[in-house]
Design a binder for this molecule. Structure first.
Ligand code: FE
Ligand code: CA
Length: 470
């Protein structure tokens, strides 16, 4: 089912594959090898890993003793067959003065409504990393306007989640993107179910905890994550930090597992809503949290003054986005950070208190490209900018109508760019001197061969937050 790698550390990483086929034995020994060259003439590490039926015959191999900051090739052999080979790399040593990091950030690859031309283009770029920010699969049955089918209907069981990953991973462009470089991954809601919050499903279904446990198991099985992250009792610790020498620290967070339920849902339901702030005092309740108290503290304590950049990989738009004029009464979508404003204040407050520089927030979820200034008071145009946000558009999932965003930009002057009508990914080029972002968009995600272009370019100075047109 393709190959993948992830979790690059200076001396280790994770290699992934899944065996397919009927009548697989309960346990299959899978040999893996890593080489310094594409022809596998200079093998650097090899080993054997069992692929067992209880984990859907997935393999999570964890080679160690690797050299920092170097490229490797890897492949698997099992039952007399050899996989394709992939390219991966380790992170630089902890104290390395790294001159450049090239990455693509992406999210929301709903399979039935679009093709993955964006992945084909991303895979052809000279990337060190892909950072995937959630909605790797969608649990839905095939929707309206489909270009290809979601087989199997609405997903709720472990078997069905595994089938859905198998479908997505059958796409050759997605396979190519995994084979090109290591990935860092976090989930959003659709790896489980739309708009879930902690152990609460959108329709308040009584068996949701069971469904979530199945979804977390399938997620771990299909991602290049280490064995230590395997879910236990329906919980999975996904949030973590990874350093890229002295250049950058990644903070990868989980805004689904520990959040409070969304404020002011529609009657008889849970999940998101769009509400007037004046009608929903819960929006401002300081006890409510998007990350959970433990993870919030973990994030506040981990901002680095040792690295040039602090890259926060999280799920959704962090900047305030009022859908009506705040002077006459703000209107917010309750599933994102606007639904947890006190939590956002605490996160950004820690950045201000600790005088952390080079904070860039990466997001997805909303199927639109946003470039934004982050500050403690969005209603004050003169408030200091504390961090820079690039919330990237979807690979294929459909966005909200563009005229809504055009109106909202007038109410939210800290949004420099807001386009929901384009699909693609964001290319980030990170150096000690600056961070460059290119919003890469495909002409038509319904076209498997769509060309790509750059819709906009921005630059960020590590010592002065805020994006400027490049
Ligand atoms: Fe999505
Ligand atoms: Ca989402």
């Amino acid at each position: 089912m393709g190959i993948a790698s992830g979790q690059p550390q200076p001396h280790s990483l994770v290699l992934w594959t899944r065996l397919t086929g009927d009548d697989l034995p309960p346990s299959v020994d899978v040999a893996w090898e890593m080489a310094e060259d594409e022809a596998f003439a200079r093998v650097a590490a090899r080993g054997m890993e069992p692929a067992v039926a209880a984990d859907a015959h997935t393999v999570h191999a964890e080679p160690t003793g690797l050299q920092p900051d170097r490229w490797y090739w890897y492949r698997f052999t099992a039952l007399g067959q050899r996989s394709a080979s992939g390219r991966t790399r380790t992170a630089p040593a902890a104290d390395a003065q790294v001159q450049r990091l090239e990455l693509a950030m992406a999210s929301c690859q709903r399979y039935d409504v679009g093709h993955y031309a964006a992945w084909r283009h991303a895979a052809a770029e000279p990337l060190d990393l892909v950072v995937f920010l959630g909605d790797y699969i969608y649990e839905y049955a095939t929707g309206a306007n489909a270009v290809r089918a979601h087989t199997g209907g609405l997903v709720r069981t472990l078997a069905a989640y595994r089938e859905r990953y198998a479908l997505y991973k059958s796409d050759p462009a997605l396979q190519a993107a995994h084979a090109a470089c290591p990935w860092l991954v976090i989930w959003d809601d659709h790896e489980v179910a739309n708009d879930y919050a902690g152990l609460q499903g959108q329709t308040l279904q009584p068996d949701f905890a069971e469904q979530r446990a199945a979804a977390y198991q399938a997620y771990w099985e299909h991602m290049p994550l280490p064995k230590a992250m395997r879910p236990v009792d329906g919980q999975m610790r996904l949030y973590q930090r990874l350093d890229w020498g002295r250049l950058a620290r990644f903070h990868l967070v989980d805004d689904r597992q520990y959040r409070d339920p969304q404020a002011c849902p529609r009657p008889g339901r849970a999940g998101s809503n769009t509400v007037k702030a004046a009608d929903c005092p819960d929006l401002a309740d300081p006890r409510r949290t998007l990350l959970g108290a433990v993870q919030e503290r973990w994030l506040a304590e981990g901002w680095s003054l040792h690295q040039r950049w602090n890259l926060l990989a999280q799920q959704t738009l962090m900047a305030r986005c009022s859908w009506t004029d705040p002077a006459r009464g703000a209107t917010f979508w309750t599933d994102g950070w606007d639904g947890y404003a006190a939590s956002r204040q605490r996160v950004l407050g820690a950045v201000a208190d600790r005088r952390v520089s080079g904070v860039v927030v990466m997001g997805g979820d909303v199927h639109a490209n946003y470039v934004a200034d982050l500050k403690l008071d969005f209603s004050d145009e003169g408030a200091p900018v504390l961090a820079t946000e690039f919330c990237g558009t979807s690979i294929s999932s459909l966005g909200t109508p563009q005229d809504r965003l055009d109106r909202a930009r007038g109410f939210n002057p800290h949004l420099h760019w807001a386009r929901s009508d384009q699909r693609g990914y964001v290319r980030l080029s990170v150096t000690p001197a600056d961070l460059q972002a290119a919003l890469r968009v495909v002409a038509d995600a319904r076209d498997v061969d769509s060309p790509v272009s750059t819709a906009a370019r921005y630059a960020v100075d590590p010592l002065r937050a805020g994006a400027v047109v490049a």
